[in-house]
Design a protein around this ligand. Structure first.
Ligand SMILES: [Mg+2]
Ligand SMILES: [Zn+2]
Length: 247
């Protein structure tokens, strides 16, 4: 009797990528630092980035050199920042389902580790820019170990999303809110979107659910895992529990 060809392995489930600034953290960490401790010149870099004259990586490397505060003042500032109160429960839910979750950020690794650590989440993998001691008189400088050729972000989230998908063997969910998530949104299978990212997903036909925070994400994740949020074309997605997925 001939041996049967092996059946293809089913998709192993979902991997989750979460943005940090404005998504896990209520505010954008670098913005809060620059507003209180930025030397003149950081607004100009911000304008250049918004106008598309420089990439986010170049913008942030320049802004970090203009941060005028030492380690002690930095950590005191970071300890005053808050996160979405539902995020720890979202992490716990993902872990109960065995879903790998990583933080992907175009922000500062030290800030993320410190803020997550304060909430008992120091075990989460983080891909972000590396904050390092600068050459005096500059306090700080930035390195981007997760940058990619051809991408002008400090952290190339699209590359992280591709890796998390392990060649199509895992589906990928992005939770994010802003411009640093735009490229990854086009790479993942589904997006839980907030703020500017919602409009981007809508105008680019990216399967997403508009959420207001991780409280909504907690309700939506089980629906996603049950296949009730995915949007097989051309049938419209079913609305479930008051949460409507939009293609
Ligand atoms: Mg963000
Ligand atoms: Zn990229």
């Amino acid at each position: 009797m001939p041996t049967l060809p092996p059946t293809p392995a089913p998709a192993a489930g979902w991997a989750i990528l979460c943005d940090f600034d404005g998504t896990i953290a209520v505010e954008d960490v670098i913005d809060t630092l620059l507003e209180r401790h930025g030397l003149p010149g950081w607004e100009r870099l911000e304008e250049d980035w918004r106008a598309g004259r420089i990439g986010s990586g170049e913008c942030m490397r320049g802004q970090v050199r203009l941060l005028d505060l030492d380690r002690e003042a930095l950590d005191a500032h970071l300890d005053g920042l808050s996160i979405d109160p539902a995020f720890p429960r979202f992490v716990a839910l993902a872990e109960r389902h065995g879903l790998p979750l990583q933080v992907v950020s175009d922000g500062l690794d030290h800030a993320i580790h410190r803020v997550l650590g304060r909430h008992g989440l120091g075990h989460l993998p983080v891909a972000a820019n590396r904050l390092l001691a600068g050459q005096p008189p500059e306090y700080w400088r930035l390195e981007s170990p997760h940058a990619a050729v051809g991408c002008d972000s400090g952290t190339c989230k699209c590359e992280r999303a591709r890796q998390a998908g392990v060649g199509g063997r895992r589906r990928t969910l992005l939770v994010g809110d802003g411009a640093s998530d735009f490229c990854a949104a086009g790479e993942v299978d589904f997006v839980f979107a907030m703020k500017r990212l919602t409009g981007h997903c809508r105008s680019h036909g990216i399967p997403h659910l508009a959420i207001d925070g991780f409280g909504d994400a907690l309700q939506a994740l089980p629906l996603l895992l049950e296949g009730r949020l995915s949007t097989p074309a051309p049938a419209p997605a079913p609305a479930a529990a008051g949460l409507a997925a939009v293609p």
